[in-house]
Write a protein that binds this ligand. Structure first.
Ligand code: AVJ
Length: 320
């Protein structure tokens, strides 16, 4: 049974999250313009991301699904039944049934910042699992969250698939892992997807697909700014770029000005020179050791690890 979604997200009278306006105005005022990646996920952006998971070049979703399909008996054995599964950034929850079927949980708490998307996905999952109590929570998982009272007594399993942890620089990733541990408790465990370092060509193709879906996903951020923050960004003058940064072991997404631009956002003037970029996302990649280091720094002890048949992606189970 799916409960009514609770919301921990603020909205102004005009329906805009004030943190969005603050992040955009501050981010566009910096030398290297940069906007935090989480603002890519409004309803349109969340849908575009779902479309990305279907394109040939974007391997992570496929690989993670392969892993989840093949490790179900391991998961049943290592995690066991009766846990409350808390999914951070649940999105469309397409991978969730694989996990829920494997471990027989007592409750499911999907947590996402895109409220409408969250509600639709939770209702959908409720139809697939009619006997499972579902408590959707509209929240920014970067902040510590208070879980619904109904699940506080249950042991928790955090589920953080998709390598979303890779969106954060190490220091924020460690903060997040620590706050997850606080949210979930000291008898919890965490099942986390982490993408692996590989050939730069493969990575750049995954983040700049031939059909241009990722480009639309990136440009949607500029459209969202225009829509919600009364902006005049000439979206068609921004080119999508996906660049492998080897020093930081990450793919970076940028929006590059195709000419000298001037525009307004919320009554503030901004300019971009031709070639200047807005940095819109980092997607860090890992190897086995950097994964362990990050998890341990965040308070989690790796316990089991699986990769797909091509060794492109990994799923890790860790104990609090
Ligand atoms: C949803 C954060 C896992 O980094 O691979 C996909 C987002 N950005 N293509 C990723 C994304 C461009 C995705 N995560």
């Amino acid at each position: 049974a799916t409960q009514q979604a609770m919301s921990l997200v603020e909205h102004d009278d005009d329906g805009v999250d004030p943190a969005f306006r603050a992040d955009v105005l501050e981010g566009l005022s910096q030398g290297q313009k940069a906007i935090p990646a989480r603002w890519l996920y409004d309803a349109a952006g969340s849908q575009l991301f779902e479309d990305i998971t279907q394109v040939e070049e974007y391997y992570p979703t496929r690989c993670e699904r392969e892993i989840l399909t093949n490790c179900t008996s391991d998961l049943a054995e290592l995690i066991g039944p009766g846990r409350a599964v808390v999914e951070f950034g649940s999105g469309s929850s397409v991978k969730t049934p694989l996990l829920l079927n494997a471990i027989d949980p007592a409750a499911y708490v999907p947590l996402d910042i895109a409220g409408d998307f969250l509600r639709a996905a939770a209702a959908d999952l409720g139809r697939k699992f009619p006997d499972l109590p579902i408590f959707p929570l509209e929240a920014d998982f970067m902040k510590a969250v208070k879980l619904p009272a109904d699940v506080t007594a249950m042991p928790k399993l955090g589920f953080f698939p998709g390598s979303t942890i890779g969106n954060m620089v190490a220091r924020s990733a460690v903060d997040l892992l620590r706050s997850m541990r606080e949210t979930l408790g000291s008898d919890s465990c965490l099942l986390i997807g982490m993408d692996l370092i590989k050939d730069a060509k493969v990575l750049e193709a995954a983040y700049d697909d031939a059909a241009g879906v990722t480009a639309e996903f990136n440009r949607n951020l500029a459209r969202r700014i225009n829509r919600e923050l009364d902006g005049s960004i000439p979206v068609d003058m921004l080119k999508h770029r996906a660049i492998w940064n080897d020093t930081f072991a990450r793919i970076e997404m940028h929006l590059e000005a195709q000419g000298d631009l001037r525009f307004e956002v919320s009554g503030h003037d901004f300019t971009m020179q031709e070639g200047e970029t807005i940095h819109t996302e980092n997607s860090h990649k890992f190897d086995r050791r950097s994964q362990s280091t990050l998890l341990l720094a965040g308070g989690w002890t790796p316990k089991a690890r699986w990769t797909d048949s091509k060794g492109q992606f990994s799923l890790i189970l860790a104990d609090a």
